[in-house]
Write a protein that binds this ligand. Sequence first.
Ligand SMILES: NC(=O)c1ccc[n+]([C@@H]2O[C@H](COP(=O)([O-])OP(=O)(O)OC[C@H]3O[C@@H](n4cnc5c(N)ncnc54)[C@H](OP(=O)(O)O)[C@@H]3O)[C@@H](O)[C@H]2O)c1
Length: 247
Amino acid sequence: MNFTNKNVVISGGSQGIGLATAKAFVQQGAHVLITGRNPETLQKAAEAIDNPNLQTLAADTSNLNGITVLEKWVVESGKKVDVLFLNAAIGVYAPIQHVTEADFDAQFNTNVKGHFFTLQRLIPHLAEGASVIFTSSGVASAAGIASSVYSATKAALNKIADIAVNELAERKIRVNIISPGPIQTPGLLTVASHEVQDYLASRSALQRLGNAEEVANTVLFLASDAAGYINGADIAVDGGSIQYMLK
Ligand SMILES: NC(=O)c1ccc[n+]([C@@H]2O[C@H](COP(=O)([O-])OP(=O)(O)OC[C@H]3O[C@@H](n4cnc5c(N)ncnc54)[C@H](OP(=O)(O)O)[C@@H]3O)[C@@H](O)[C@H]2O)c1
């Protein structure tokens, strides 16, 4: 896959899946902008990729001020966006009885509102035939205990993506979703103990966690011309769900 001189914007690109995807795009010749809230993590990401085609921007895309910062950067770049990867998210796990309003709002603001308005603001700056990819999760259609709010954010995101497919088709813009299973990233490793990681691995038919590069490869494929007739798809990158195994 060749992305020479393609312009890629990744929200939540300073670590985990976003960082692996940024690295893969840069390796294929793309100009990539990654966002994140923490400037130090962004700096580490820039050092890890170590390529002038990577740029970083500290912007909290859970609110309109941060999204405006991103929009301004894109406008000032003078370039159209060929690939928009809406990937940032946070997850706070608690039974419904213990969910706080602050945790509810933080997750919906980051995982839903932020992507909705990032897409809205960047639509005028998307190239004809651009690719928009949302990071959802297998939890959008699952019912895991203690994941009510996080799962609801991903289900809401899927619906926004579904509708964007139809609204953007006039400009030949494709919109797809990737739904990772458990992936070894800083985000997962900070919330899941070793026992939980083992359990999650055991729920995959391949009996292991995924890695961020495996998700990144899927994103690059969806963004490429090779996926030119894939639109409105939701691609699971989860090693196969155990309930589909025939024993
Ligand atoms: N890892 C998994 O097992 C798994 C499974 C299914 C789905 N996913 C989804 O995959 C995506 C990436 O997950 P990950 O595990 O790679 O996450 P991660 O390691 O926690 O990284 C999240 C990234 O998003 C950024 N971010 C968070 N809030 C932000 C905000 N308000 N504004 C801008 N950037 C923000 C973080 O940087 P800062 O903290 O500096 O802002 C970081 O770069 C998420 O959408 C997640 O829901 C992950």
